[in-house]
Design a protein around this ligand. Structure first.
Ligand SMILES: [Zn+2]
Length: 143
């Protein structure tokens, strides 16, 4: 078993377990490698040299691969869930999220856009929010 250190375009790092280096290349070319955190298919190998683990640990499963059809189904279901259950407040997200957090507006689930600075500020203020790939949140950006 060969373990490659991988990272997606959003900077999530993870390990992929492969039968061989060729298996890793093949899955990468076929788009079967996805980030386990955000499901991004834009995954690259980190420059660190691959290393091999002994037979005793070979029961570990490939963590970074997911069937392509399943991946699409999961993303479609997730997108539907988000779009049907949240209110789009667009760029007003930080303000609206703060007002809900302070009890100044009706409690509800919202979606919108923030800069990374704004996301950090909300986090520091204890406002509950999670980051998602934009094509899950904005249908017009879906592909
Ligand atoms: Zn990711």
């Amino acid at each position: 078993v060969i373990i490659h250190s991988l990272a997606c375009a959003r900077g999530h790092c993870f390990e992929g377990w492969f039968a061989s280096s060729e298996a890793c290349e093949r899955q990468s070319v076929e788009g079967l490698l996805v980030c386990p955190t955000c499901a991004s298919p834009d995954v690259r190998k980190l420059p660190a040299a691959p290393y091999v683990r002994g037979a005793r640990e070979e029961r570990a499963l490939p963590a970074a691969t997911m069937d392509e059809k399943l991946r699409r189904q999961v993303r479609a279901a997730l997108r539907r869930l988000i779009l049907e259950n949240t209110e789009d407040v667009g760029r007003r997200f930080p303000q609206v999220a703060r007002r809900i957090h302070r009890g100044e507006e009706e409690v509800r689930d919202i979606r919108g856009e923030v800069t990374s600075d704004e996301a950090l500020e909300l986090l520091e203020e204890g406002v509950e929010a999670i980051a998602l790939p934009s094509d899950l949140v904005f249908p017009e950006k879906a592909h």
